[in-house]
Design a protein around this ligand. Structure first.
Ligand code: COA
Length: 278
């Protein structure tokens, strides 16, 4: 691993004398590490927090920087063009991932654990990590470097944003057993803790203030800590009043998701996964 880190440092600073074979070998080694889930852009630190592997994110950026545009077409009619450092993802039935036919794409460098289900059309970008039993529903996006836990449901049209830049920034993290409702958007390093539920249409960014009606607190990101949705929180879309004279005059409000409750048996019943489908 240390050799790989050093390789990408040298390549990135353009200070190297590697021949083409060595460059290609190291790139394959790196992509293989991402594809098998051995290399991750962020991982649990064992103490309940996450550590960002900045060098992995930087190395992905380097693949874009040093790559040249290449023809990746499947045939004469099915044409694609991408950087030659980011070839098509190697996939086989042995991966035990269900990719239902029709319009989905998984970019190389994304890890999909056995038992993941992909409903068409959906897209999973480089550096993403999707753990066992998770379902990515139709029209969903899992952006670059995003980390998604076990038995998560990313519902139809939900957008999980990708963050590659800056390299040190935490990617979006969704922990085990989370339910992300249809049409949600999770961006800019927001973290969703275990078993939380996002009701349909909740949008979370680094600027979003979330009002916890149960504990009567306001959750928001700080310069050194992105927004975190607590374990088992049930978040639904909400608004708050804009209390400037102008805001009052026109009755304006601004989007402000609410923690309406913490997960109970009713929530479990409505969000439980149907294992017959899996
Ligand atoms: C969040 C959700 C799971 C409901 O959870 P729940 O624990 O059953 O919530 P409850 O029905 O007990 O609702 C609690 C309160 O929140 C409100 N509420 C619940 N979900 C809400 C939502 N999505 N938007 C606005 N308010 C909502 C209820 O009206 C209720 O308000 P009240 O206390 O004033 O009566 C559900 O609303 C939801 O959004 N599911 C996602 C569906 C989806 O996207 N499926 C994807 C298929 S691909």
């Amino acid at each position: 691993m240390q050799n790989l880190i050093q390789f990408f440092e040298n390549i990135n600073s353009l200070d190297h004398s590697y021949d083409l074979n060595t460059i290609n070998e190291n790139i394959s080694l790196f992509l293989n590490g991402l594809n098998t889930g051995e290399l991750r852009t962020a991982e649990p630190d064992g103490l309940g927090n996450w550590k960002v592997n900045s060098w992995v994110k930087q190395a992905i950026l380097t693949l874009f920087k040093i790559g040249k545009l290449a023809d990746m077409s499947i045939d004469e009619n099915f044409k694609f063009f991408d950087k030659d450092t980011i070839p098509l993802k190697p996939f086989s039935k042995d991966n035990n991932v269900r990719i239902v036919p029709g319009g989905s794409s998984v970019r190389t460098g994304a890890y999909l654990a056995p038992g993941v289900i992909c409903m068409p059309p959906m897209y999973i970008n480089i550096g993403a990590y999707i753990d066992e039993g998770t379902m990515i529903d139709s029209h969903a996006l899992v952006g670059s470097a995003a980390q998604v836990g076990k038995r998560v449901h990313i519902s139809a049209a939900a957008q999980v944003g990708g963050v590659l830049e800056p390299a040190g920034a935490r990617p979006v993290i969704i922990e085990d057993d989370v339910m992300v409702g249809g049409n949600c958007g999770i961006y800019e390093g927001v973290m969703i803790r275990k078993r939380a539920v996002l009701g349909s249409g909740v949008i979370l960014t680094a600027s979003t203030k979330v009002f916890d009606l149960v504990n009567e607190t306001i959750l928001q990101s700080t310069p050194d800590r992105p927004l975190e949705i607590p374990e088992s929180a049930v978040v639904v879309p909400g608004t708050r009043a804009i209390n400037t004279e102008f805001g009052k005059k026109y009755g304006l409000t601004i989007s402000s998701p609410l923690i309406i409750k913490y997960r109970d048996e009713k929530t479990d019943a409505r969000t439980s996964l149907n294992y017959d489908l899996r």
